[in-house]
Design a protein around this ligand. Structure first.
Ligand code: ATP
Ligand code: MG
Ligand code: MG
Length: 277
C-alpha cells in the first residue's frame, strides 16, 4: 500500500478513510462489556474488522494477527488488567500501534493505578474526555489539577500536552471541540454532536476507530487520530440530520448507517479539522 501523506484537511480525511477500508484492518479490542456491541459495529460499518478477545491466555496471539490494539479500561478485574498489559507489551514488541482509553480514570484509586500501569506500556495514542485526561495527567505527576466531570476539553489541553511529552505519545481530548496533540502541535476537530454524550460507549467506539485509522498512516498518528475524530463526529452529525427522530436511539442507528454510507462530497464539505498550534 502506498504511504499516505496526510494534511490537516477534509480532503485527506476521505483519502485516509479509503485507505483504511482498502486495508480492512483487524482491530483487536479489549474493552468493557457495555461497549462491545457498538464498538464492533462501528468498526464494521467504517470498513474494518473487529476482534473482541480478552482472555489472558489468548491476547498475545491475537495481537500477533491484528493490525492494531485498543485497550479500554472500563471493565476492571486483576485478570483483565493483566491481559491488557500483556497485550500492550506484545503490541509494542511487534511494532503495532495501540491506543488507550482511560475510562473513568480518577474515579477510584484502583482505576487510576491501572490506567497509569497501561500508560507505562507505551501507547501510541491516548484518547479520553477532559476529566479522564486531567485525572491521568494529575496521577502521572504533571502537576495539573482538576477532575471536574463537567470540564471542557479546552481545560484539559495543557494536561494532554504534558502527558504527550512525558509519555512520547499522541493525546486526544474529546468534547465539544476535540483536541489532538503530540505536546507541541495541536490540531482541533469541530465535528460531533452533544447527543453523543447520551449514547453509551460512543467515546469507546471512537477510540477503536482511532486505532483503525492509525494503521493506515502509522508515521502520522497525530493526524490519523484527528481524521478519525472528524469522521466519527461527522457521521453523528449527518446521521442525526437524516434520522427519523432527533434522539439518542435514532442517533445510535444513524451513526452506524452513516459510517457505512457517507460519501466523499459529504466528508470534504463537512470535516472540520484545523491546526491550532
Ligand atoms: P463514553 O461515555 O462513551 O465513554 P467519552 O466521555 O469517553 O464517552 P466524549 O467526550 O463524550 O467521550 O466523546 C465522544 C464523542 O462525542 C466524540 O466524537 C466527541 O467529539 C463528541 N462530543 C462530546 N461532547 C460533545 C459536545 N458537547 N458537542 C459535540 N460533540 C461532542
Ligand atoms: Mg462523555
Ligand atoms: Mg469514555
Amino acid at each position: 500500500m502506498p504511504t499516505i501523506d496526510l494534511k490537516p484537511s477534509a480532503e485527506s480525511c476521505w483519502e485516509l478513510w479509503q485507505a483504511v477500508r482498502a486495508k480492512r484492518p483487524l482491530v483487536h479490542c479489549i474493552t468493557n462489556f457495555v461497549s462491545m456491541d457498538i464498538m464492533a459495529n462501528v468498526l464494521l460499518a467504517a470498513g474494518c474488522s473487529p476482534a473482541m478477545a480478552h482472555s489472558l491466555d489468548e491476547v498475545e496471539a491475537f495481537v500477533g494477527i491484528s493490525s492494531a490494539l485498543l485497550v479500554n479500561m472500563g471493565t476492571l478485574s486483576p485478570e483483565w488488567v493483566a491481559a491488557k498489559k500483556l497485550a500492550a507489551r506484545r503490541a509494542v514488541e511487534l511494532g503495532k500501534p495501540w491506543v488507550l482509553d482511560p475510562v473513568g480514570c480518577g474515579a477510584t484509586p484502583v482505576r487510576t493505578a491501572s490506567c497509569l500501569q497501561l500508560l507505562d506500556c507505551r501507547p501510541t495514542v491516548v484518547r479520553g474526555n477532559a476529566s479522564e485526561i486531567l485525572a491521568l495527567a494529575g496521577a502521572a505527576g504533571s502537576g495539573v489539577r482538576g477532575v471536574d466531570s463537567t470540564a471542557a476539553s479546552r481545560d484539559a489541553l495543557e494536561a494532554a500536552k504534558q502527558l504527550a511529552v512525558a509519555h512520547k505519545c499522541i493525546v486526544a481530548v474529546s468534547g465539544e471541540v476535540d483536541y489532538v496533540t503530540d505536546g507541541t502541535a495541536v490540531v482541533g476537530v469541530r465535528n460531533g454532536h452533544e447527543l453523543l454524550t447520551l449514547i453509551t460507549a460512543a467515546g469507546c467506539s471512537l477510540t477503536a476507530l482511532i486505532a483503525a485509522f492509525v494503521t493506515a498512516a502509522p508515521q502520522q498518528p497525530l493526524l490519523a487520530t484527528a481524521h478519525a475524530l472528524a469522521v466519527f463526529g461527522l457521521a453523528a452529525e449527518e446521521g442525526l440530520r437524516l434520522a427519523p427522530r432527533p434522539g439518542p436511539g435514532s442517533l445510535r442507528v444513524a451513526l452506524l448507517d452513516m459510517l457505512h454510507l457517507m460519501d466523499q462530497a459529504t466528508v470534504k464539505a463537512g470535516a472540520r479539522i484545523e491546526v491550532m498550534a
